[in-house]
Design a protein. Structure first.
Length: 220
């Protein structure tokens, strides 16, 4: 019996060594294959993977403790757009394709409960640097529309051509914060002489309202 046990132990040890050898060779083959695949990847894919690895994961926070936002977040409004960029945007082909020849508020429709809209629009569409509503006002929804006294082409879209007054937020749909900024920008532009408005002169035939008298009254 002792001889059989010895022979059986040697057979088992040889079998285990063969399994270990096969496993090591397979692992080396897999490692080599993975390295070759990585080396064969084009440079564009490697760059995309590096950029994806640098993006913050969900729940990751910055140094101040605030959650990090993705780079291309459409609701992020923390980036400051210069007024010069907004002026060039209004003269670009992208703006014409988006709004055609209409004002930026023409196709906007307010989202409200019930059949009748409330008297006042919402206070603001942006809270903590992000759009907090699914139906932002015409200025808040497009970050390249900057209300400034130098952006005359944008301010003229909110001025009535008949009276020269700023259109009401009930017509344009602007939130209260952006409407206040609009009033300030228009006043500054008028004070600097950059925005003027002349009421058209009208001639009236007063004879239709005050018929001529036949004789002059006698003076005593």
């Amino acid at each position: 019996m002792s001889v059989l046990r010895l022979i059986g132990g040697e057979i088992i040890s040889i079998y285990r060594q063969s399994l270990l050898t096969i496993g090591t060779s397979q692992a080396r083959a897999l490692t080599t294959t993975g390295f070759l695949r990585h080396a064969a990847k084009p440079e564009s894919e490697a760059t995309e993977e590096a950029a994806a690895s640098e993006e913050p994961e969900a729940g990751e926070a910055d140094a101040n403790g605030a959650p990090k936002q993705p780079v291309d977040d459409p609701k992020d409004r923390t980036r400051v757009i210069p007024v010069e960029t907004s002026i060039r945007y209004l003269a670009s082909e992208a703006y014409r394709q988006t709004y055609q020849d209409d004002p930026v508020w023409k196709q906007y429709r307010r989202n409200h409960k019930g059949p009748y809209p409330p008297k006042l629009t919402r206070k603001t569409c942006i809270r903590k640097g992000r759009i907090s509503t699914g139906n932002p006002c015409p200025i808040c929804r497009d970050e390249y529309l900057v209300l400034d006294h130098n952006n005359i082409d944008l301010l003229k879209q909110f001025i009535s051509p008949q009276t020269g007054d700023v259109l009401s937020y009930r017509v344009t749909g602007l939130c209260q914060k952006k409407h206040t900024q609009l009033l300030v920008a228009v006043e500054r532009a008028m004070d600097r002489g950059m925005l003027t408005f002349d009421v058209p002169f009208r001639e009236y035939d007063y004879s239709e309202y005050y018929p001529a008298k036949e004789g002059k009254p006698s003076s005593k």
